[in-house]
Design a protein around this ligand. Structure first.
Ligand SMILES: Nc1ncnc2c1ncn2[C@@H]1O[C@H](COP(=O)(O)OP(=O)(O)O)[C@@H](O)[C@H]1O
Ligand SMILES: [Mg+2]
Length: 395
């Protein structure tokens, strides 16, 4: 081998060695990358497992669905354990279903709701879900609409509110019983007076006194009074008739005052009524409007433990009727005023906080509104506005 070719061989060996070194280096590098990748996969797997664990163990049902451009929901893509077990389905069965199969609403109504969900990033609403065995579950749903590569998906978190609904119903019932119970004492007292006077007349007749016209008139009046009071009591217990008709507001207010006067009197409260001679007719449901004024006057009585005056005023301006109930009670702070009408808001030890909620709902259904003005330690005025029945002119 000549000197030149020896040199070439050495060069070749050198370049081969450097190539080997480079490859070794690359292998080391790949090993590090592979380890990092393994670590990352493990982290992803771990967090996926963690996610699955959380997803299936939260107490709310979670549904993930696609919503197509035509507004139709697809089958569920992912649901958690509670979502299918609560409704009595298996996981496989659930994935073959869509929101249309579990909601109580008619298809058209539900598509309307889904359209609304589609247009909003998040939405909270109440509905009823139907189980496999036909049982109904009232639920509150919060939806999140997600945009994934131009397609819309909806994640719904769905809470079972059966217990809350039942509690609400029980409280409404309790409020009714409470009002009825408290009134019962007053009513019994009220009925006793005319009864005592009737008994007196019966004794007179027995002792041989011949009844004359005046006696009979007084007796008739007393019987009418008993009739009025007992029919008031009955109308409270009757379910509200939701048919609107023209009702005489003067009569309603007179009846309510007659009903609550004894209660007020026991607390040294005088109810002053200012309503003029004009008869005021409004479209409404008699019993419901009575309930409104009973609630408001009862509240006024309850804030005046040391007696005073409640002023009940009926006025008409243009086509609107205003009924105001002014008390001399404790008044309210701004915070309390802001919370009025909120279900279950009460500052009373044995209160339920349903009276005003019912009142506001009824007045809203009558296309009216309720205004409140209150000064702390001085008193409160509730004013109910109602549209007046427009008299049709006779031709
Ligand atoms: N005339 C009033 N004066 C002062 N506070 C009132 C009056 N009416 C209502 N409130 C306040 O509103 C709350 C809610 O009233 P309501 O819904 O009738 O429930 P409840 O009478 O059972 O407390 C009361 O607890 C009280 O704090
Ligand atoms: Mg009340």
């Amino acid at each position: 081998m000549n000197k030149e070719s020896l040199q070439t061989k050495k060069d070749l060996e050198k370049s081969q060695q450097s190539e080997i070194d480079r490859l070794n280096e690359e292998i080391d590098h790949l090993k590090i990358e592979l380890n990092a990748y393994k670590q990352m996969t493990k982290t992803i797997n771990d967090s996926e497992k963690e996610f699955e664990r959380l997803f299936h163990n939260i107490s709310d049902a979670v549904y993930y669905t696609k919503v197509y451009r035509d507004g139709m929901p697809g089958n569920f893509i992912k649901v958690n354990n509670i979502a299918y077990s609560r409704l009595g389905y298996t996981h496989e069965e659930m994935l073959k279903m869509s929101p249309l199969d579990i909601d109580f609403h008619e298809k058209e109504e539900l598509l309307q709701i889904i359209q609304n969900i589609y247009l909003n990033e998040t939405l909270t609403f109440e509905t009823v879900h139907v189980c496999k065995n036909g049982q109904h579950i009232p639920v509150e749903i919060k939806t999140h609409t997600l945009d994934v590569e131009g397609e819309k998906y909806v994640l719904s978190v769905c809470r079972d509110i059966s217990v809350r609904k039942k509690a609400e119903q029980m409280l409404v019932q309790a409020e009714k019983m409470n009002v009825v119970g408290q009134l019962a004492a007053g009513i019994a007292h009220e009925i006793r007076n005319p009864l005592t006077s009737l008994k007196g007349f019966v004794q007179l007749f027995r002792s041989g006194t011949i009844p004359n016209e005046t006696f009979l008139h007084v007796m008739e009046d007393e019987l009418e009074r008993i009739d009025l009071i007992s029919s008031e009591f009955l109308s409270l217990a009757k379910p509200a008739n939701s048919d609107f008709c023209d009702v005489n507001l003067n009569d309603i207010l007179k009846d309510v005052v007659a009903l609550l006067d004894t209660e007020a009197f026991k607390q040294s409260i005088t109810i002053i009524t200012k309503m003029g001679n004009e008869v005021t007719i409004v479209p409404g449901v008699n019993n419901q409007l009575k309930q409104v004024f009973i609630n408001l006057i009862k509240n006024a009585i309850e804030v005046m433990p040391n007696g005073g005056t409640i002023t009940l005023k009926l006025e008409t301006k243009n086509d609107t009727v205003f009924v105001s109930i002014q008390d001399e009670g404790c008044g309210m702070t701004v915070e309390q005023l802001n919370r009025l009408g909120e279900p279950f808001f009460t500052t009373k030890e044995t209160g339920t906080g349903i009276g005003l909620m019912v009142t506001y709902t009824i007045i809203e259904n009558h296309n009216g509104k309720v205004d409140v003005k209150s000064i702390l330690h001085e008193g409160t005025t509730f004013t109910v506005q109602l549209p007046k029945t427009v008299a049709i002119p006779k031709d």
